[in-house]
Design a protein around this ligand. Sequence first.
Ligand SMILES: CC(C)(COP(=O)(O)OP(=O)(O)OC[C@H]1O[C@@H](n2cnc3c(N)ncnc32)[C@H](O)[C@@H]1OP(=O)(O)O)[C@@H](O)C(=O)NCCC(=O)NCCS
Length: 101
Amino acid sequence: MTTTIELDEGEYYVQSRYATARVSPSGYLYNLGVHVDHRGNGHGTALMRDVCAFADRLALTLTLHCRDALVRWYEQLGFVRADIPGLPGTGVGMRRAPAGS
Ligand SMILES: CC(C)(COP(=O)(O)OP(=O)(O)OC[C@H]1O[C@@H](n2cnc3c(N)ncnc32)[C@H](O)[C@@H]1OP(=O)(O)O)[C@@H](O)C(=O)NCCC(=O)NCCS
């Protein structure tokens, strides 16, 4: 499944056939969503793997906030719980350092 990542109004707009997300230039990921008819089929994982590979190429640390229920899902993608100060999101803060850092 192809994922495109394009700069749009100063932010990275990430899109595949059924999933989308936004990433700020500082690496804050938000608005991740998979089309409601296509959840649980790996599209979210595939999109996030491509975002992580993109972040690795840029040596960019990714951060996000998520619901408790999704902490394990993000941990499987390499995120760890972390304080994310100064950002508006609510929920559990998570961070993923780029590979090789
Ligand atoms: C969360 C989301 C991005 C995951 O993408 P997806 O393509 O549905 O998920 P995948 O098929 O890649 O992975 C499935 C796994 O995700 C986890 N997961 C997905 N939705 C979950 C939920 N609501 N609660 C808990 N775990 C969830 C589970 O571990 C699941 O594995 P399982 O099917 O064995 O239980 C998608 O379901 C979605 O858009 N949800 C609504 C919006 C949202 O919550 N966005 C994230 C904001 S931080």
